[in-house]
Design a protein around this ligand. Structure first.
Ligand code: KIV
Length: 263
């Protein structure tokens, strides 16, 4: 079996110039599939609130929900590093709160790390978590938990601020940094400027790795599709076809046949 991935593996991958893959996962069957496919890290993103629970954004997601999904993913994973998002308002109030909630997530799921959103403003929080042994992945650029502050899901272009945010996250001891919806040239410059691996989403090819939301890349979510997403399969259409076929067979008496019945 391929080597088990941890935070130091990712650092070594950056040093070796090997690209890192991250995909979101929210449940046991997909965690097994992602892990068996050789994906390096599975992110239990708070995007679960949008693509699984159907909320309009990630803000309503709770720590308990992250723990529920995180446990399922950890149970389905043998090789990949599992990272779990700290949801909105679980770490912004105080550092004590952040320690408590991140600690709960690590303890109750068995995940390898947490992720939180924010740059300079989150530097002390990241440092406090790292100091008590909780590996932290940062997240800058378009930070969806701040969608109301940012005025929508928009590309972030303030180069100086982004460079400062990245430097603050790295200096605080984060082991990796997600960069979301940032022009390629800026994301490349950030990736060169920090020692920790950068994982881009809508941030071009100059990052040290790439992350996509599972339901976007498999076309399982049709409410909207960001322009940076590539659809690698069309499981939404496949599912509809399968259900129509099942329906037709049941209604016409084809299913269940003798091979699917007990004598
Ligand atoms: O919640 C999530 O899925 C994320 C990714 C977009 C990086 O944070």
């Amino acid at each position: 079996m391929a080597k088990i991935v941890n935070t130091t593996t990712l650092a070594a991958m950056k040093r070796a110039g090997e690209k890192i893959t991250m995909v979101t996962g929210y449940d046991y069957p997909f965690a097994r599939l992602l892990d068996q496919s050789g994906i390096d890290t599975i992110l239990v993103g708070d995007s679960v609130g949008v693509v699984v629970a159907g909320y309009k954004d990630t803000l309503p997601v709770t720590v308990d929900e992250m723990i529920y999904h995180g446990r399922a993913v950890v149970r389905g994973t043998e090789r990949a590093l599992v990272i779990i998002d700290l949801p909105f308002m679980s770490y912004q109030i105080s550092i004590e709160d952040a320690k408590l909630q991140a600690g709960r997530i690590m303890k109750e799921t068995g995940a390898g790390a947490v992720k939180l959103e924010g740059g300079v403003t989150m530097q002390e929080t990241i440092r406090a978590l790292v100091d008590i042994g909780i590996p932290v992945c940062g997240h800058i650029g378009l930070t969806p938990q701040a969608v109301n502050q940012l005025g929508g899901f928009k590309v972030q272009r303030e180069k100086d601020r982004l460079l400062k945010d990245a430097a603050a996250v790295a200096a605080a001891g984060a082991f990796a940094l997600v960069i979301e919806c940032v022009p390629s040239e800026i994301a490349s410059e950030i990736s060169r400027s920090v020692e920790i691996p950068t994982i881009g989403i809508g941030a071009g090819s100059g990052c040290d790795g790439q992350v996509l939301v599972l339901h976007d890349m498999l076309s399982l979510f049709d409410r909207f599709r960001p322009s940076f997403v590539k659809q690698y399969a069309h499981l939404g259409e496949e599912t509809k076809k399968a259900m129509a076929e099942f329906s037709r067979e049941v209604k016409s008496g084809i299913f269940p046949g003798p091979e699917h019945s007990f004598k």
